[in-house]
Write a protein that binds this ligand. Structure first.
Ligand code: C5P
Length: 229
């Protein structure tokens, strides 16, 4: 099903470090679809509200801030890039500090409401790959294919560690494991849009899979649903 708009969406949801953004980027490339990395929006909003001292309950200020964000996602073979206001912001939103700011802001109903329309606006022809926590449950409930990715906590921490080290961050595996667990606990237990698989999502355990294997599995699921590149 491609939903009321007729524009197919593939959703990738799951906890931190599971590989959503890399997979999302590769899938968007493969299908020639647009890309939405919703975590990056939450990271930008989390950091922006903190910098400006905007309270999570101040809906008017949050809406104004979110409406002013001009974000573009770039999918390339070597990974996704994020532009905000015409400037690359990958480095400033990549770290665990930004992830923590995002996770705290993401519990607030006013923040989630402010981002709903902007996330849906990424759905443009010929299609969209959207990754996050609530893409299949809340933002695109009529998605053509919903995938919920899991992996063991150790494996997710290892992947995230590798990714951050490659980007030049100095992190410890122990601290990262604790931070990821705390963030997942918070994301899964919040009242609004908690991290969970949609009832009609396909759950893929990627613990023992390479990126290429997971990509192939998702492409096969897309083919079964007649989603075309
Ligand atoms: O995906 P990423 O790790 O960048 O997300 C950072 C944080 O943003 C998550 O821990 C979560 O709290 C929040 N988030 C969310 N809903 C989304 C995407 C991210 O609540 N769709």
């Amino acid at each position: 099903m491609t939903g009321v708009t007729g524009i197919p969406v593939i959703t990738l949801d799951g906890g931190g470090g599971v590989g959503k953004s890399t997979l999302g980027c590769r899938l968007a490339e493969r299908f020639g679809f647009h890309l939405l990395v919703s975590g990056a929006l939450y990271r930008l909003v989390g950091l922006g509200l903190r910098e400006r001292g905007i309270a999570f309950t101040d809906a008017a200020a949050i809406n104004a801030f979110a409406a002013g964000l001009e974000v573009r996602f770039i999918s390339a073979d070597d990974g996704a890039g994020v532009e905000c206001g015409g400037r690359r912001v990958d480095a400033e939103i990549a770290g665990e500090d930004a992830a923590e700011a995002a996770s705290l802001a993401a519990r607030a109903p006013a923040v989630r409401a402010a981002l709903l329309a902007s996330q849906r606006a990424f759905r443009r022809p010929p299609g969209l790959v959207a990754d996050g926590r609530d893409m299949g449950t809340v933002v695109f409930p009529d998605a053509a294919l919903k995938v919920f990715l899991t992996a063991s906590a150790e494996e997710r921490a290892r992947r995230r560690y590798k990714q951050l080290r490659e980007r030049g961050f100095c992190v410890s595996l122990d601290a990262l494991t604790r931070e990821l667990e705390e963030r997942d606990r918070r994301d899964a237990s919040r009242d609004i849009a908690p991290l969970r698989a949609a009832d009609d999502a396909v759950v893929l355990d990627t613990t023992r899979q390479t990126l290429a294997e997971t990509l192939l599995a998702i492409a096969a699921l897309a083919a079964e649903r007649n989603i075309k590149a």
